[in-house]
Design a protein around this ligand. Structure first.
Ligand code: FPP
Length: 250
């Protein structure tokens, strides 16, 4: 639900400047949120799931075109088995609960990453929601699952090598566009704004190629407490930035 404070911020950012077309978020701090409440870590992730819902709705209302959420990294597979299985179940639950509403809201859901590592039920749920929402155009929601940016770039290099070996591409044709078009995000603009929650100041192997000129916003708020209001504060801050892309001001 939009609080009066969030509604006020939304009204402000609408007149203040351009809304970022693509917002990416590293959702961090679920574990610390749970620890502060003496709860098991999976309950922190459950709190994180609620925040996902709130932020998706907030992004739609603000007019964001693409929202990218880092939900599960390749490194996260090394967490204790109980936590990994809780996260997989939560992913299934999220899809089960939200698929119809996301579809009604016009959201196209895409899951990006090494999906063949998912449990069969999670993979089935992922395929179902992607097929159900494929026709939607209001906002694109990229959920990065089992994702690592170095692995994504390595995969792109391998695909290019295969094309060169097969004679479909010459080495001289390998340019930035050749790499960009072989990334999971090939059909998305680069993120304009990257938000990381919980105060950590790292990129953590997320969209390394794509964030070359992205504006960064570090929020001290732990992800389960992040909502519309915090999203809109980050967008307002972004609107005050002077984006030069390496050039001098006009
Ligand atoms: C980082 O917090 C968060 C994750 C590794 C998982 C993100 C998952 C969710 C937000 C919930 C599930 C989302 C969907 C879409 C189903 P952390 O555990 O690293 O926190 P810590 O650094 O405080 O320990």
């Amino acid at each position: 639900m939009t609080s009066p404070a969030a509604a006020d911020l939304l009204a402000k950012l609408r007149v203040h400047g351009a809304v970022p077309r693509h917002v990416a978020i590293i959702m961090d701090g679920n574990g610390r949120w749970a620890r502060e409440r003496m709860l098991p870590r999976p309950l922190g992730h459950r709190g994180g799931m609620k925040a996902v819902r709130e932020v998706v709705e907030g992004a739609i209302e603000a007019g964001v075109e693409v929202l990218s959420l880092f939900a599960f990294s390749q490194e996260n597979w090394q967490r204790p088995a109980g936590e990994v299985s809780a996260l997989m179940s939560l992913l299934e639950e999220y899809i089960q609960k939200e698929a119809d509403e996301l579809d009604e809201q016009g959201v196209q859901v895409r899951m990006l990453g090494e999906l063949d590592r998912l449990t069969p039920p999670a993979l089935k749920a992922v395929e179902r929601v992607m097929a159900q929402t494929a026709h939607n155009t209001k906002m694109r929601l990229n959920l990065f699952i089992s994702y690592g940016s170095r692995a994504e770039l390595t995969r792109a290099a391998r695909l290019i090598a295969e094309d060169v070996a097969a004679g479909r591409l010459t080495p001289g044709q390998v340019d930035e566009a050749a790499i960009t078009s072989r990334l999971f995000t090939a059909d998305c603009p680069d993120p304009d704004l990257l938000i990381r929650t919980s105060g950590e100041q790292r990129i953590s192997n997320f969209l390394l190629w794509q964030v070359a000129y992205t504006e960064l916003f570090i929020s001290a708020v732990l992800w389960p407490d992040f909502g519309r209001r915090e999203l809109y504060e980050a967008i307002l801050d972004y609107q005050n930035r002077d984006r030069r892309f390496g050039r001098v001001p006009a």
